[in-house]
Design a protein around this ligand. Structure first.
Ligand code: ADP
Ligand code: MG
Length: 326
């Protein structure tokens, strides 16, 4: 199959057709209509085989993940995703692989009404770059820089499962089949918190998506906002699968330092706390208050109301078998 046939066969036909796309795939550029009173947020993420996903990951999971990680960034800005473009580098044209890849990618696009409007197709080692765009009401986007001393720190969902799955995959620990399957799903099919992000727009003072590990991403909020934070380790949300695995100290380290969770980490003022909790419970999203912002410009952690020190890769009395991406 030639490049143009491939593009037509796999990428041009898709279920999502948005009214604001004036020209989609097929011309030199896509054209979308601009909207008054709205800001456009734009993000790009690349997935390289063997770096951002293990070799042997299914094509469907790769397609899903490539879209999901970008929509997760859009969610962290409080925006509604609208369009993506896809630059894909393939070692060969494999119909079956591409069909599965598209199934994974388009499933998420359909769910969130996101249209693929263009891209580039090249030959080489497998790599996928997606640029995603989204819309927010003018001036209403969330950023990393608005956290204030006294704000409460929250996370959506549960943390650490993706890191646990990766450790299992690397055979650095052995999980029961059922647990392994559950956490593998979290690693392969992360759910971007798109609706939560939009619900947070009215309430959060700062937000980020957790892609590099909770502590690292909290560090980004603290740096951008010129603040510090205390994290209450007892409050870190973990899945039933993680709890069942009985990893104790390692579990905390996975939750704090493991990558690929794609949950949202955000801060809310005391005044907005109740409104935010109500809005997110209406959206059906689990949230946990895991600490508080302070003026110290450092990150501290407490366990059982006592301070516990952080070193480079974790806590002194925890082992350091952590997954740190990149
Ligand atoms: P050009 O040479 O002008 O860059 P291409 O031949 O690369 O155009 O692509 C032809 C059309 O197909 C363009 O509209 C481009 O956006 C689209 N396209 C190419 N690859 C992809 C892809 N992987 N996914 C979606 N659209 C693609
Ligand atoms: Mg091109």
């Amino acid at each position: 199959m030639k490049e143009f046939e491939l593009i037509k066969h796999f990428f041009t036909e898709q279920a999502v057709k948005r009214k604001d796309v004036l020209l989609g795939i097929g011309d030199d550029c896509a054209v979308v209509s601009s909207t008054e009173n709205q800001d456009i947020v734009v993000t790009t993420d690349t997935l390289v085989a063997g770096v951002h996903f293990p070799l042997g990951t299914s094509a469907k999971a790769i397609g899903h993940k490539a879209v999901a990680v970008n929509l997760s960034d859009i969610a962290a800005m409080g925006a509604k995703p609208s369009w993506i473009s896809l630059a894909i580098t393939l070692p060969e044209v494999n119909d079956e692989w591409l069909t599965e890849f598209c199934a994974g990618a388009f499933e998420l696009c359909e769910y969130y009404n996101v249209q693929l409007i263009g891209g580039d197709t090249t030959q080489g080692p497998l790599s996928i770059t997606i640029t995603a765009q989204g819309l927010t009401p003018e001036g209403k986007y969330l950023s990393r820089s608005g956290a204030k001393s006294g704000d409460w720190l929250y996370a959506t969902g549960e943390l650490g499962d993706a890191a646990l799955a990766l450790q299992h995959h690397k055979k650095q620990l052995l999980l029961e089949c059922e647990i392994a399957e559950q956490v593998q799903k979290k690693l392969d099919y992360p759910k971007p918190r798109v609706l939560a992000g939009q619900a947070l727009r009215e309430y959060a003072s700062a937000a980020i998506d957790i892609s590099d590990g909770m502590l690292a991403d909290l560090g980004h909020i603290c740096q951008a906002s010129n603040v510090g934070a205390n994290v209450v380790l007892d409050a870190i949300p973990m899945s039933d699968a993680m709890n069942k695995s009985q990893l104790f100290d390692d579990a905390i380290n996975f939750a704090l330092n493991g990558g690929d969770d794609y949950e949202l980490l955000f801060t809310v003022s005391e005044d907005n706390k109740v409104g935010m909790e109500t809005a997110l419970s209406h959206a059906g999203v689990k949230i946990s208050c895991i600490g508080q912002i302070n003026a110290s410009r450092t990150i501290s952690t407490t366990l059982d109301n006592k301070a516990v020190p952080i070193n480079g890769s974790g806590f002194q009395h925890f082992s350091s078998k952590t997954h740190t991406k990149k």
